[in-house]
Design a protein around this ligand. Structure first.
Ligand code: TXA
Ligand code: MG
Length: 338
């Protein structure tokens, strides 16, 4: 059966079809509550390699491994520490990735040679059904070309990979930005990537379990994949932290700093403006959880209107802790800050 015909099948037959493709060493589009993933079986190295080639992702950026149960997660870590146990039971299934020392059997290809592995139990019924059907954990980065905006619908994935990749359609992602990544090293804890699950909730959970821990900033070398730019639309995104600026003032300030906007970042080619006449303002809900859900779709919609620039005005509320995940993505997606 070819991919186009498979979309006519019932949902359970599509899970069967996706599972068969995975067994044959193919990659598939996996719905999760955060963003869609590009998944492959972790025990088939040629399939894992295919993730990197399909996404045009460099090998130094490690992959997150998805599991259907705590029992399956335990098989991936060298040890199952009390801190990991507490966080896994409190926040899984959900938008949390736990990074800890890996079991030897987890391949270096997945971890980019690191001694740690990132593991996540997603909260999405289709993803969980597929994971149970396959029976082997699935490595999956976000299903976008490297550096570009993450997909939050099945159509977003199909638009990029067309008939090259079969996508299980699990509807629009309810969280909308990638999982919070927490590194657990003994009693030391660090947040490698902020998300909708805040550090305050993580700390509160561990404190209420009377566990001893130290929360510190990540060491720079820990996450080779955490580059400065990511999630980029093709039209430059400008962050303005001055809500008083009028559009004409934003335009003239950007014009003065045009040379600071790169043509290409991490393989993403930007349409660098020669004039700033048409500005598309990116708007988001005042509720940070709804804003996270809207972020990538609204960024895509703004870029599709083909303005000279997209502008997001950072208001004082965006500096509150619950906005950390959304603001992190906006900063990484932006070409210039005013
Ligand atoms: O919500 C998510 O986490 C989504 C869905 C599909 O699960 N996945 C996702 O994967 O965002 P990706 O590949 O786009 O981002 C994963 C990032 C890597 O870039 C890397 O920075 C970090 O996770 N990572 C993975 N394994 C790591 C490790 N062992 N140590 C440090 N960072 C790691
Ligand atoms: Mg990604």
């Amino acid at each position: 059966m070819n991919i186009k015909n498979a979309y006519q099948l019932s949902q359970s037959a599509q899970i069967e079809f996706a599972s068969k493709l995975l067994d044959q060493g193919e990659v598939i589009g996996l719905p999760t509550e955060t963003v869609y993933g590009l998944a492959a079986r972790i025990d088939l190295s040629s399939a894992v390699e295919k993730i990197f080639s399909t996404k045009r992702r460099p090998f130094f950026d490690p992959l997150i491994v998805h599991v259907h149960s705590v029992e399956q997660a335990i098989t991936l870590f060298a040890s199952w520490s009390p801190l990991v146990n507490c966080l896994a039971h409190a926040f899984w299934p959900g938008p949390l990735t736990l990074v800890s020392e890996k079991q030897k059997s987890v391949s270096d290809l997945i971890t980019s040679g690191l001694q740690t592995v990132g593991v996540r139990l997603p909260q999405h019924s289709l993803a969980l059904e597929l994971l149970r059907h396959v029976g082997v954990p699935l490595a999956a980065p976000s299903a976008n070309l490297f550096g570009q905006i993450s997909p939050t619908s099945a159509q977003n994935v199909k638009d990029v990979f067309q008939d090259q990749v079969f996508v299980l359609d699990g509807g629009d992602c309810q969280v909308g930005i990638e999982s919070t990544i927490v590194h657990v090293d003994g009693q030391r804890l660090s947040i490698l990537r902020p998300g909708v699950l805040s550090s305050a909730r993580i700390e509160a959970c561990l404190k209420s379990a009377n566990l001893h821990f130290e929360l510190s900033a990540p060491q720079a070398a820990i996450a080779p994949g955490q580059m400065k730019h990511h999630y980029m639309p093709h039209v430059p995104l400008i962050l303005s932290s001055n809500p008083e600026l009028k559009p004409s003032e934003i335009a003239s300030q950007v014009m003065m700093q045009l040379s600071d906007i790169p043509d290409e970042v991490d393989h993403v080619r930007l349409v660098k403006p020669t004039k700033v006449e048409k500005i598309e303002f990116l708007t988001l809900s005042e509720d940070s959880l709804i804003a996270a859900r809207q972020l990538y779709a609204n960024l895509r919609a703004a870029a599709n209107k083909q303005p000279d620039i997209i502008c997001f005005v950072v208001q004082p509320i965006h500096l509150q802790p619950e906005w950390l995940g959304v603001l992190d993505r906006l900063k990484k997606a932006s070409s210039l800050s005013l």
